[in-house]
Design a protein around this ligand. Structure first.
Ligand SMILES: Cc1ncc(COP(=O)(O)O)c(C=O)c1O
Length: 394
């Protein structure tokens, strides 16, 4: 019997979601309108942020956040090399230069201690990335930002639904958890709604903030720099373009999908946490690889379940992946350090810049995790992983 192929990540869309999209498609308005506004209110309410601005991708949302932060030609920003290229690319759109701070070896998140030595007079922004949905220790990042007058944009594209416990109880009271995106320790948090993310709109993204001035800039940047609130007596049609902007609008039928999905977010995260716990228990203390940690302060959204091969296996990672795929286990690798891509190499970034991120990349493999993965499939993945690894035992 052929083995069932288990993919590494996929969306979960049910008949309710489809009905909501169809309802909008049958209505008079299909691009931005009341449904998009409803999705924005829903995102703000769900995370605890004051404002949400939806975009047509996580990448355009990052572009908007960097613009709203005032980033321009010649500025520098500091981010993690262990991320999707979009995090760095969106700053390059504005003529700014990314600098890469090395990561923690186990979470894959930026190592806060590595940021300060990279600061220069040109630094404008700090961009921590919540890798795999595990919150960054953002209080440390925010404290640095306060001292050096910098803006923090959190790339939370993996982390909708994650929570963290603040060490600073003045905001949150004792031992309470805060949602990623509530922006207590970031000026803006950016989300993606790509199909493998916590919820999907096909393509889509959002910026969350508590700052009204940033909110206004994000909204006009999304629509050609146009301010629609200019109507005057006698000229109710008036709108003015105040600065250069883009068409980064999300359609209402995508927003309908997003809003419907948002109602399922808590269940999706619960399912992801259940799968991660099952993997963690099954793989505890195995001789082949390390399992992903969850810090005391964090409740991960478990966007990815990543393993890190131990010495003796990391050298044969290509073979491990090949054998896992052959055994029907869909896996992916996150991430080639951004500066190692040819485009960045040609700009002068050199290998060895972030040794921990390079080592992490050599070891990392992401296993299947998504809400519709059944307990039987999880058990199959565990069995097949053990079978492949024991064949390769050193
Ligand atoms: C960490 C990170 N940042 C940014 C993005 C960009 O989001 P999108 O694909 O929605 O443009 C992604 C998406 O893959 C991501 O994983």
């Amino acid at each position: 019997m052929p083995v069932e192929r288990i993919t590494y990540g996929r969306q979960f869309i049910d008949e309710d979601d489809i009905a909501e999209v169809v309802r909008v498609l049958r209505s008079d308005f299909i691009t931005r309108g009341l449904v998009s506004e409803g999705f924005e209110s829903g995102l703000a309410a769900n995370t605890g942020a004051s404002y949400a601005v939806v975009f047509n991708s996580g990448t355009s949302a990052l572009h908007g956040a960097y613009f709203a932060a005032g980033m321009q030609q010649g500025d520098e920003f500091i981010t993690s090399p262990t991320t999707f290229v979009a995090t760095a690319n969106a700053g390059m759109y504005l003529g700014a230069r990314p600098l890469f701070a090395d990561i923690e070896p186990d979470t894959g998140n930026i190592d806060v201690a590595k940021i300060e030595p990279l600061l220069t007079k040109k630094t404008k922004l700090l961009v921590p990335v919540a890798f795999a949905g595990h919150p960054v220790d953002n209080e440390g990042v925010f404290e640095l930002a306060r001292r050096y007058n910098l803006i923090v944009v959190e790339d939370a594209c993996h982390a909708l639904g994650a929570r963290y416990r603040s060490k600073d109880t003045s905001h949150t009271g004792p031992a309470t958890y805060t949602n990623v995106g509530a922006s207590l320790h970031a000026h803006m948090s950016v989300l993606s709604f790509h199909p493998v993310k916590a919820i999907t709109t096909g393509e889509g993204g959002a910026v969350l903030t508590n700052d009204k001035a940033l909110y206004d800039k994000l909204r006009s940047f999304r629509q050609h720099g146009i301010n629609k609130d200019m109507s005057k007596d006698g000229e109710p049609w008036l709108y003015e373009m105040q600065h250069q902007g883009y068409n980064y609008i999300m359609t209402d039928f995508q927003a309908a999908l997003g809003l419907s999905q948002l109602g399922k977010l808590a269940g999706f995260i619960q399912k992801r946490r259940h799968i991660a716990k099952t993997y963690n228990e099954a793989f505890d203390d195995n001789p082949y690889f390390y399992t992903p940690p969850e810090r005391d302060y964090a409740q991960s959204a478990w966007h990815l379940y990543f393993i890190r091969l131990k010495d003796g296996y990391k050298e044969r990672k290509a073979q491990v992946i090949d054998r896992l795929r052959h055994a029907g286990v869909g896996v992916a690798v996150h991430y080639v350090p951004v500066y190692k891509h040819p485009f960045y190499r040609e700009m002068g970034y050199v290998s060895g810049l972030c040794p921990v991120a390079e080592d992490f990349y050599q070891r990392e493999i992401s296993l299947p995790i998504y809400p519709s993965l059944s307990d039987t499939q999880v058990r199959d993945v565990i069995e097949r992983v053990y079978a492949v690894m024991s064949e390769m035992a050193v």
